[in-house]
Design a binder for this molecule. Sequence first.
Ligand code: PHE
Length: 360
Amino acid sequence: MDGLDAIKAKYLESIMAAGDEAALEGLRVAAVGKKGEISLKMRELGKMTPEERQVAGPALNALKDEVNSAIAAKKSGLADAALDARLQTEWIDVSLAGRPRSKGSIHPISQVTEEVVSIFASLGFAVAEGPQIENDHYNFDALNIAPEHPSRQEHDTFYMHREANDDRPPHVLRTHTSPVQIRYMEKHGAPCRIICPGRVYRADYDQTHTPMFHQYEGLCIDKDISMANLKWTLEEFCRAFFEVDDVELRFRASHFPFTEPSAEVDIRCSWDKGQLKLGQGDDWMEILGSGMVHPKVLQAAGVDPQEWQGFAFGMGIDRIAMLKYGIPDLRAFFDSDLRWLRHYGFASLDMPNLHGGISR
Ligand code: PHE
């Protein structure tokens, strides 16, 4: 049969040159498909004389086999090349150091304390601290809390044990951070601008009260300070802390022995399917107590009330942490449940700051 060598050369050459599987399949159809060149030639065998057929038959079969095996060989070559190309791009360096999950995490209270400190630092407030075991002068008397005031009674205040012949002033676990106001002014005088975060203690226990909890006190004393400065400061804080632009605060007239006038402050919020939203809605949530520092308090701390005045406020750290991070039960803060800590804890290198972001 004529021309078989040319057909063979043509297909073997094209198969060698095929760049992908689609081109290869095209060649297979053209050569040995139903209507392929070689298949058509095989059909002609029927019209041949037996002698011709005896020569042409084996030649065509050999050609068909050769083309088929060339295609198969090329196909596996293409697959190998594709795999090599993938391996080139999809490799990992197994010798790289791992990224271990850190074992510890920052407790939400510590995180929120850092957040509060960084916001007030940007407003020019320094951090001050005082002892958790206080005497009743600093915790009560100097703050104008009269001996008959209800907060002095045993069921609220933890009194330290005393021997019968002990004539020192009674010691208590401080019931608020306000005594730091006195200690700081005694030492540094006026003007001053401080916040004082720390632990406080009251004999109380339910879903929203624990015998130990956290507060921070704010104190700003100068010659020309008014409730307007207090309002601006607290609004500015809430905007930064809760990361909502349209916070709305409500000042409710109230009473504290150490401030006059006094106000409790609520933040506008709403509950949507159990989810708390701040800044919008018809509900109000109390977040702090505040007011203008009482002249008797300034006097007790050695600051002249004729010359100086200012505002103070006290906010629950646990309370605002619950609000911001959606933590429903205060008691869980102090259970040391590892699953809770892993869920609500913060990465140890995420130090909050106003530029990098207050929370994660
Ligand atoms: N010490 C008050 C409390 O614990 C809060 C407060 C602080 C109120 C400063 C006014 C001024 O409830």
